[in-house]
Design a protein around this ligand. Sequence first.
Ligand code: CP
Length: 322
Amino acid sequence: MAKSNRTRWTRKHLLGLEDMSAGEILTVLDLADGYLPCVLSRRPCPPRLKGRTVLNLFCEDSTRTRTSFTFAAERLGARVFQFHASTSSLNKKESLVDTARNVEAMGLDAIVIRHQERQAPHRLAAAVECSVLNAGDDAHEHPTQALLDMLAIRRRLGRLEGLTLALVGDVRHSRVARSNLFGLSKFGNRVIFVGPEMFLKDLDVKAETSTDFDAVLPQCDAVMMLRVQFERHESMAFDIDKYTRGYQLTPTRLAKARPGAIVLHPGPVNRGIEMANEVADGPQSVILFQATCGVAVRMAALELCIGALERERKAAAKGKRR
Ligand code: CP
């Protein structure tokens, strides 16, 4: 898609990629692309969010997403408050919405939320005035992860259209797989969910699937490996040796992919399960580049959403003066 197909950004919330257009996705990616050199070189960035306050409201563990949202907001000059659910009044049965509205009353421009409940960010967005950015809700969506994956793919492969990508592993419990499916499909890419039958059956999204990783690999420009999310399994019997035999990405397996194919993983990587060390640390791996892209994408996402919020605030103030 040409750059002219970018769309003027009007959303104050970033909740998922399912209902975002290709033009909106390109708007985020192009702005993030412009930020990438300053992230890579550690050069200062324009303080476009100076004086703004962002709340990182994480109710589930995180390393990459929390850290990169923090770095992104700080690089643009915003102040970030880290909310830790385990030491908060959520433990005294205060609701998520009451918690957020109380902190918002102290002066907030954006809430970045990760939550174990599907659509918790959507619920919050309906209850607060400030911007809400989804940092992962249950196995539903993780939009900024998919956006950073798309930026890494576009940078490394030189395009974001007409590619074949395998998303391999526990797709059933993966919000990353869902957001990538929604996002990548909008650009005419072929996305194949690969894994054992137990992870492919009764999916609540329409996706091409395969249980045969070795047969899919020769078609792949990119392979995204996913962690087995044991914490989200209810009572699934899981044979780890059988799984690694069929689905671990080893150097031998990777050699079957298209020449120049790249390997992605959203992290955290469980080495020796979904991926061999030689692949995780090998020349085709873009895992650490994904982490770098994450800062640039989250800078773009915060700037666009808070920009839309401020236009809304200005219009409301103008309306009141009339
Ligand atoms: N990819 C990702 O969401 O990682 P974290 O859980 O460490 O944030």
